[in-house]
Structure formats: structure tokens, C-alpha cells
Design a protein around this ligand. Structure first.
Ligand code: RTP
Ligand code: MG
Length: 134
């Protein structure tokens, strides 16, 4: 599960990022624009509750529309995480999405699930079964 975060949407980077996924051979099985509600944000980032950056993270992800993507493909979690680059864009290599389009941890363009379990959990927050296609 990928979220193109509010900064990706406001900067007009969604097409570029989706193009990269398609070009790589990943399959977009679901896609929607939405404003993340506080409830969805808290479910999505439950593992970060209590961390110092948590309040800012919730503010950021709910600050404007995002694009949610259900992405399938061979080893999709690993491939996506590699394409995204390091969490802190300062450390992200050129050629990665964060390495090419971001410099700030607080505005790092994209979220990608870090495991299959979390991908399933997160898809359930943003998509109904009928919204994901074979
Ligand atoms: P994401 O969940 O967004 O795909 O990012 P990630 O797995 O690479 O990083 P994670 O540790 O899950 O952190 C989630 C998001 O929280 C913000 N963050 N800020 N200031 C900080 O120390 C800090 N650490 C994390 C980032 O926006 C990160 O993407
Ligand atoms: Mg994460």
C-alpha cells in the first residue's frame, strides 16, 4: 500500500511517481484520492504512537488530499521500499523517489508499507474489497 502524501499531491508529483511504478512493472490494482481523516491517520500510524514526531506526523498526513495506491507485483513491498529510498530524504540516494524529490523528513513525499502484514492492515483502512482489482 502506497500513499502519495499531501506534499506529493500539492507539488504535482503523483504522475511522475506512478509512472515509475508502472515502468518498473508493478501493477496498480486500486487508486483513490482522499483526505485522510484523523481516525484513519491514527490507525495507519498506530506503531508510532508516543514518539516525539507523532503529532506532527498526524497533522502532516491529514493536511491535504493524498493518493492511495494498492500496488501488486513480484516482491512488491521490497521493490517499493527500494524505489522510495531512505525515510530521511537527506540520506536517500539519487534515483530513488525521496532522493530525487525531497529533502525533509517531515515532507518525504511517499509512504510504502514495510511488510506484507502491514500492507494488508493498511489496505483495509483505505480501500473496500471491491475497490481492489485483479
Ligand atoms: P512511511 O511509514 O511514511 O513509509 O516511512 P518509513 O516507513 O520510511 O518511516 P517510519 O519510521 O515508518 O516513519 C513514518 C513517517 O514518520 C515521519 N518521521 N519523522 N522526525 C522524525 O524523526 C521522523 N521519523 C519518522 C516520516 O514522515 C516517516 O515517513
Ligand atoms: Mg513506515
Amino acid at each position: 500500500m502506497v500513499l502519495l502524501k499531501p506534499d506529493a499531491v500539492s507539488r504535482g508529483l503523483c504522475g511522475e511517481v506512478i509512472r515509475r511504478f508502472e515502468q518498473r512493472g508493478l501493477i496498480i490494482a486500486g487508486m483513490k484520492m482522499l483526505k485522510v481523516s484523523p481516525q484513519q491517520a491514527k490507525r495507519h500510524y498506530q506503531e508510532h504512537v508516543g514518539k516525539p514526531f507523532y503529532p506532527d506526523l498526524i497533522d502532516y498526513i491529514t493536511s491535504g488530499p493524498v493518493v492511495a495506491l494498492a500496488v501488486k507485483g513480484n516482491q512488491a513491498v521490497k521493490v517499493l521500499r527500494t524505489m522510495m529510498g531512505a525515510t530521511n530524504p537527506v540520506d536517500a540516494l539519487p534515483g530513488t523517489i525521496r532522493g530525487d524529490f525531497a529533502t525533509q523528513m517531515e515532507n518525504n513525499i511517499i509512504h510504502g508499507s514495510d511488510s506484507l502484514n502491514n500492507a494488508t492492515r493498511e489496505l483495509d483502512i483505505f480501500f473496500s474489497k471491491e475497490e481492489i482489482y485483479e
